[in-house]
Design a protein around this ligand. Structure first.
Ligand SMILES: Cc1cc2nc3c(=O)[nH]c(=O)nc-3n(C[C@H](O)[C@H](O)[C@H](O)COP(=O)(O)OP(=O)(O)OC[C@H]3O[C@@H](n4cnc5c(N)ncnc54)[C@H](O)[C@@H]3O)c2cc1C
Length: 469
């Protein structure tokens, strides 16, 4: 293909003569390359029809159940001794569904499923392989075991940020959003005694260290505020916020909260918020953004809507050669076109591991990840691209540059020969290793040196090139 439209006519719209000359050059180059074309062979890879799901929270369990329901054996690995993840601390969804009841049913369904092997308290020690043929070694109760699987779903979740200010951990009246949820689950009678409750939004979110919005906290605070009002209608309930973001239909909850007498106050984040324990009282000082004046509220329950945080430099990213963004969440291959895939074939993501999201969205994403995984499992074997690099072992000097430079970990040393080899199933044909190989031992099928040089020579004299490239 000679891409004249995108790489010539569009970019040189205002220089038609020069663009025509460049188009001629491009065609000459393509013809020179075509003359040296070799057939590309697409190797086939057998797919082991078993899945590994990392993480037994709601997302991991929903994905495992979906795959098992379609007849595929699943290993469900969780480092914790209990399944359920963060959902174990959640009371109700924003629509009022009972999360604990749902969770109990889901755990029973997963544990009773003959196609799912649940491995609790298990740590992943290492993983190797590629789509269709992964080998993951886990350690459980000092015993190691290697699991062979064709696809991997990462559902390792995230957690609640532990606040480092506002007297959290020093005064028992200061709790996080999840701790209040737990008190709802436990039907804590102490909540009836609360006279004034104050929620503080964006604790640890939308600051330079964590610039993202944690997405679940606004709705959770509005829902919890309504819950407190239900427990004690006389309670004074305030929400201090920077921006309220109960998105979509969740805004109805926000409206309901306002009608029920809950006060939403926008505070000036730059002048800050000060929490002090003055004798018996808890005093919260802040500047009201609208009134431009200092205000004080003395709550007997202060709820911090704490950020959702992910583990940065998570070893799982290394094991399965997948990427995390700057905030530690796993990054999909393409936000619109491949939203639950990674660039590494056969590895998928869902739930909090991918970014903050509520239970219903985690479940939907888990179904999507399972559906994508099945496209591999059902195929039994797949062909991988023929545009891959390969090593001429005789020319390899074993310098290791290709091994260290490849973002997909496709090259490795053959232990017997000491020379580099490239695993076709992992290679994406990016050419990094080919261009960096000092010995010229690596060739990229479809873009071999002969082909590239023939294009350069056919392009005419670059120093007198008419068009600036
Ligand atoms: C602070 C906070 C507040 C939230 N509030 C709400 C709310 O009000 N409403 C709502 O709908 N949703 C809320 N959510 C989101 C909700 O909890 C999730 O969408 C849902 O529980 C799905 O989570 P998950 O399964 O993706 O991850 P998690 O629940 O985090 O589960 C991940 C699992 O993976 C395991 N794991 C982690 N690393 C490894 C590893 N290396 N190897 C093996 N296992 C591993 C963990 O032990 C855990 O069991 C909140 C989340 C947080 C963090």
């Amino acid at each position: 293909m000679t891409n004249i439209r995108n790489q010539c006519s569009w970019v040189h719209t205002h220089e038609p003569d020069k663009a025509t000359q460049k188009a001629r050059d491009l065609i000459r180059m393509a013809v020179a390359k075509v003359a040296l074309h070799e057939p590309l062979t697409e190797p086939t890879v057998q797919i082991k029809q078993t899945a590994l799901v990392v993480g037994g929270g709601v997302a991991g369990m929903a994905a495992a159940k979906n795959l098992a329901g379609q007849g595929y054996p699943v290993f469900l690995v969780d480092k914790s001794d209990l399944l359920g993840g963060q959902a174990r601390h959640l009371h109700e969804t924003w629509r009022g569904e009972d999360i604990q009841q749902y969770l109990t049913g889901l755990i029973e369904g997963v544990e009773g499923d003959r196609n799912i092997e649940v491995l609790r308290g298990a740590r992943i020690k290492e993983a190797e392989g590629f789509v269709g043929n992964f080998r993951t070694t886990i350690e459980k109760e000092a015993e190691t075991r290697t699991l062979e699987h064709g696809v991997t779903i990462i559902a390792s979740g995230a957690s609640e940020f532990v606040p480092d200010r506002y007297l959290y951990g020093k005064d028992p009246r200061v709790v996080t959003g999840l701790e209040l949820q737990q008190r709802f689950i436990d039907n804590d009678p102490g909540l009836r005694e609360v006279n004034t409750a104050l929620f503080v939004q964006c604790v640890g979110s939308r600051i330079p260290e964590r610039p993202y919005c944690s997405k679940v906290c606004c709705t959770q605070s509005v829902k919890s505020a309504l819950e407190l009002k239900k427990i004690n209608p006389e309670m004074n309930v305030f929400v201090l916020y920077r921006d309220m973001r109960p998105y979509g239909l969740r805004e109805d909850l926000y409206r309901e909260a306002r009608f029920s007498g809950i006060s939403f106050i926008r505070y000036d984040f730059d002048t800050g918020l000060n929490v002090a324990a003055d004798g018996r009282d808890l005093r919260v000082l802040f500047t009201d953004s609208v009134l431009r004046r200092q205000m004080e509220i003395c709550p007997d329950l202060l709820i911090l809507a704490s950020a959702v945080i992910a583990e940065k430099k998570n070893p799982i990213a290394q094991f399965y050669k997948v990427t995390q963004n700057d905030d530690g969440f796993f990054q999909e291959a393409h936000v619109k076109l491949r939203p639950v895939d990674f660039a590494t074939d056969g590895v998928f993501v869902c739930g909090l591991a991918h970014g903050p999201k509520p239970v219903d969205e985690s479940i939907a994403q888990a179904q999507a990840a399972a559906a994508r995984a099945v496209t591999f499992l059902a195929a039994k074997q797949i062909s991988v691209s023929g545009t891959v690099a390969h090593v001429d072992a005789a020319a390899c000097s074993s310098c290791g540059v290709c091994v260290s430079i490849c973002p997909y970990s496709a090259p490795r040393f053959n232990e017997k020969t000491g020379r580099a080899e490239i695993e076709s199933a992992l290679c994406k044909g990016c050419g990094l290793c080919t261009a960096s190989c000092r010995s010229g031992a690596i060739h990229l099928s479809g873009f071999d040196n002969d082909q590239v040089f023939s294009q350069i020579f056919a392009s005419g004299d670059c120093s007198t090139c008419a068009v600036s490239h």
